[in-house]
Ligand binder design. Structure first.
Ligand code: ATP
Length: 649
């Protein structure tokens, strides 16, 4: 990763945001090559998801939306991560990302200030309750604890004394702390390190010259309470909402609070009816969107993998509920019947399982198409206990990043690039509930099919749909009586051709994908330098489809005007159709290397043969160099454009 991060900066793929001011954690800028790469990837996704399909249309919605949207989606109440703080190094972590550690836990019950404590003891010993303070003299660490014990004592006299002692203690300016603290150290590390950290901790609590109290040491395994970096005790987890808050308009009051969207999907649901009306689509169909999303991640890490501002590419593909599919087709196709069908999409008997499988397959083959082979990806099916209550199934597509964890066999386990979720009718139902606007559709095919069903079928389908709706209402807290009524109404509406669509959601992150593509492309090999000596060559082996620059054009020598002029002509020939980089500075080998690092798949060199100086048969031909094989072939200038277009398509 270090090599990749440094190449990204050196070659202008990715820079730290606001770097001249020391950077800002979790934010990144894409440099000239990164911007082209990102644009290519988004363009290909857009083309694949909408322009090349009949059944998906696009949307570009605003980032800030009505705050009720996030109440409906559940983000206001539940979009949070558990957060812990390290009491030593002060770093902040997601509690669920703490790695279990083993070693020895050194714990302390508190600390006493060496200078102040004797004064304090003298103070207490001089008190009328002196005979009761003998215990304190024996155990200095227990001063405050004992006073607290007395505070609750049955004897009112003792309670009074305790109160006055407490006042004195307060006045005595932090002579001790009874806050417990601990440090986890790997076995073999000296106890003194733990003591040093503990003293620092109590110092921060105001005990300047601390004597540690009640030291204990215990062997531990799979501990999750101590910092993975410094070993210090962590705080208890607190929930932290990840949405960035802002105010709309000039007044900063609770009524003007709004959020930067944490995902692009919700706008699609909110505009579902408008898009349906204008696009003349019929069920099933999809709406897709590419755009920025913001999450105030507790611990941004792994370069751009977990950022606070990022881009998503999301599709909401709306489908008929299974009861509708069955009413229309008489059956529901099993997922196992759905092969890798590319031409025949969406038979009328496809229920949610078939559609879900179809989209997983589509997405994996898209990744293959842009240069992430299947064996670099993992299809992770979430376990039932990991699923959200409304989700029927979720598949995460993981990429085996260099920083991914390894399993017992030493294989990289992968990190999420995209989640493909079957989300039932939860989202549209929620927006219907919160906005009071109907989110259902009328399906004339259903109405016609329903009329032809026998009574038994009608009853069974009515019941299944009713039970599913009742389940939704109950789980979202609708009171029992009202839930029962609404479920009945919805099932009655089904019989008339109305229902709330279900949805399959493939949701991908652009930045994670860019990082995966960069990691995948990075390679080193050996290539001869100018003098024929082998040297290490860094090559970004991007698929030509996504490569930031498709072709580099070089005149062999800069100081030969005929070569330069011809090279510029070739550049002009290619530029309207391809991203071209023109470079005339330095030795040709060095220029090739620079393009290898940028991931440019093709290099075109204009040399003396091109000018016809080595014979008329080679006139107006150029050398075309392939980045990966480093093979060179002679190509007629006239053939160059179609040949290159073919290769980058
Ligand atoms: P994670 O569990 O890794 O936080 P998530 O399951 O919360 O991710 P989703 O809400 O499903 O992610 O978002 C869909 C996609 O958006 C993810 O697959 C990922 O590619 C991208 N994404 C989510 N959070 C971030 C982030 N902080 N930085 C970059 N990309 C992100």
């Amino acid at each position: 990763m270090e090599k990749i991060v440094s190449l990204c900066k050196r070659r202008g793929f990715i820079f730290q945001s606001s770097e001249i001011y020391g950077g800002i954690n979790g934010f990144w800028d894409y440099g000239p090559l990164g911007a082209e790469l990102k644009r290519n990837v988004k363009e290909l996704w857009w083309r694949n998801m909408t322009q090349q399909r009949e059944d998906v249309v696009g949307l570009e919605a605003s980032i800030i939306m009505h705050p009720r949207i996030w109440e409906a989606s559940g983000h206001t109440s539940t979009f949070s991560d558990p957060m812990v703080d390290c009491l030593g190094c002060k770093k902040r972590f997601r509690a669920d990302q703490i790695e279990p550690k083993s070693g020895i836990v050194y714990s302390y019950s508190g600390a006493i200030d060496e200078v102040l404590a004797p004064q304090l003891l003298a103070l207490i010993c001089g008190h009328p309750a002196q005979n009761l303070t003998q215990k304190l003299l024996e155990d200095k660490g227990a001063i405050l604890a004992t006073v607290h014990e007395w505070l609750k004592h049955d004897d009112p006299n003792l309670r009074k004394i305790a109160h006055s002692l407490l006042d004195e203690l307060k006045k005595s300016n932090q002579a001790q702390s009874i806050e417990s603290y601990s440090v986890l150290l790997p076995e073999g590390k000296p106890r003194e390190s733990a003591r040093k950290m503990a003293k620092q901790f109590y110092q921060q609590r105001g005990i300047a010259n601390s004597t540690l109290q009640g030291e204990d040491a215990k062997q531990t395994e799979n501990d999750l309470n101590h910092c993975n970096e410094c070993g210090s005790l962590l705080t208890e987890p607190r929930q932290f909402n990840l949405m960035f808050k802002t105010y709309v308009g000039p007044v900063e009051d609770p009524d003007s609070v709004a959020y930067l969207r944490p995902e692009t999907a919700q706008a699609i649901f909110a505009q579902f009816k408008s898009v349906l009306e204008v696009s003349r689509q019929k069920m099933p169909f999809g709406i897709c969107q590419i755009g920025k999303a913001f999450r105030n991640e507790i611990n941004p890490r792994n370069f751009t993998f977990r950022s606070r501002e990022f881009e998503q590419m999301e599709l909401e593909f709306f489908i008929r509920p299974d009861e509708v599919v069955e009413a229309i087709s008489g059956r529901i196709a099993k997922a196992s019947e759905i092969g890798n069908q590319k031409s025949e999409i969406g038979n009328s008997d496809w229920g949610w399982e078939a559609w879900h499988k179809y989209w997983v397959e589509q997405r994996v083959s898209w990744y293959e198409n842009i240069g992430l082979p299947r064996n670099s990806l993992v299809e992770y099916w979430q376990k039932p206990e990991e699923l959200a209550h409304y989700a029927r199934a979720t598949v995460d597509i993981l990429y085996k990043f260099p920083f991914s964890k390894r399993d017992e066999k030493g294989e990289l386990m992968g990190e999420e690039l995209e989640g493909i979720a079957a989300r039932s009718d939860f989202d549209l139902s929620q927006h219907q509930h919160f906005s009071g606007k109907p989110m259902g559709v009328f399906d004339d095919e259903l109405k016609a099919a329903w009329a032809k069903l026998d009574e038994g079928r009608k009853k069974a389908l009515w019941q299944r749909y009713h039970d599913a709706r009742l389940n939704y209402f109950t789980k979202t807290g609708v009171p029992a009586e009202e839930a029962a009524k609404q479920a009945r109404d919805d099932a009655d509406a089904l019989a008339k051709g109305n229902y709330i669509p279900h949805v399959i959601e493939p949701s991908a992150g652009v930045d994670r994908l860019i990082l995966a593509l960069i990691c995948r492309a990075y390679s080193e090999d050996q290539a001869p330098d100018e003098k024929g000596k082998l040297e290490t060559r860094v090559v970004m082996r991007f698929h030509p489809r996504i490569a930031p620059i498709k072709v580099a054009v070089f005149p062999l020598l800069k100081n030969r005007p005929e070569l330069v002029q011809k090279a510029r002509q070739v550049r002009e020939l290619l530029r309207p159709h391809l991203t071209v980089f023109y470079d005339e500075a330095g030795a040709i080998g060095r220029r090739y290397r620079r393009q290898d690092e940028a991931g440019t798949p093709f290099g075109v060199t204009i040399d003396f043969e091109t000018l016809g100086e080595k014979g008329p048969e080679l006139k107006d031909t150029v050398t075309l160099r392939d980045r990966d094989s480093m093979k060179q072939e002679r190509v007629k200038i006239a053939d160059l454009l179609p040949l290159l277009l073919e290769k980058v398509r």
